[in-house]
Design a protein around this ligand. Structure first.
Ligand code: 7JV
Ligand code: MG
Length: 214
């Protein structure tokens, strides 16, 4: 194996992290991706901003758009109280398979519901299929062109309530200009930008936190 970047990340986790210890898996991924080969995990600097937002929001229902290898899913899952639900959507079946194995290794597979498919197709099905009412927190970290349409879809499907928090990765690099323009000008949101760097690099990036006002 080791033929793809996600598989090489999984192999590194299995060799160097402690089974059942989510923090050691997070650390192992950051170590591999900063020293051996870059990968598009949210990373430790933006990850700390994510942690802070999770802890202050204390969400019961969390949606993540874009799982990749599951790094940010673990960062969120490890901070959730029992009974909370974390749904993560990944379009790429290979990424989803690796993420599933990483959740199992970290011992958090029971805390995470991983859906494989297009977020634009799956979002309208969430209420019926998963009996979800509203999300308290949405972490947006998938294709940049999908940020805005999927946000509008969440509004239209009644999946946001007053106080729901959207946290969007990569609003500078690669950038999501249409999303930023919308979310910063729409009176139904109060937004705040958190400057940071692109994972594992000295390149400017940041995350945008937006509270839905109802
Ligand atoms: C495939 O591009 C990789 C890349 C290359 C250069 C700069 C940024 C990125 C990048 C960084 C991220 O955190 C990302 N997060 C989620 N979905 C992405 O496509 C993504 C892309
Ligand atoms: Mg990202």
């Amino acid at each position: 194996t080791g033929t793809t970047r996600p598989l090489r990340i999984l192999q590194h986790v299995q060799r160097s992290a402690k089974q059942g210890d989510a923090l050691s898996v997070i650390t192992a991924i950051d170590s591999y991706c900063s020293k051996v080969e870059w990968a598009m995990n949210v990373g430790d600097k933006k990850g700390e901003i994510l942690d802070t937002v999770v802890l202050e929001t204390r969400p019961r229902y969390v949606l993540e758009l874009g799982t990749y290898c599951g790094y940010s899913t673990l960062r969120i899952a490890r901070l959730l109280p029992p009974g909370a639900r974390l749904i993560t959507i990944e379009m790429n079946p290979h990424y989803a398979q690796v993420a599933k194995e990483i959740f199992q290794y970290a011992g958090l597979d029971a805390q995470v519901e991983l859906l494989v498919g297009s977020s634009t197709v799956l979002i309208p099905q969430l209420k019926k299929k998963l009996d979800i009412e509203k999300f308290d927190l949405v972490f947006i970290d998938h294709w940049k062109v999908s940020y805005l349409p999927d946000t509008k879809l969440l509004e239209e499907c009644g999946l946001l309530k007053a106080g729901s928090v959207l946290l969007a990765d990569n609003v500078i690099c690669p950038g999501a200009p249409d999303y930023l323009k919308y979310i910063r000008n729409c009176p139904r949101y109060r937004s705040q930008y958190f400057p940071a760097q692109l994972e594992y690099l000295q390149v400017e990036d940041g995350v945008e936190k937006s509270v839905f006002l109802g």
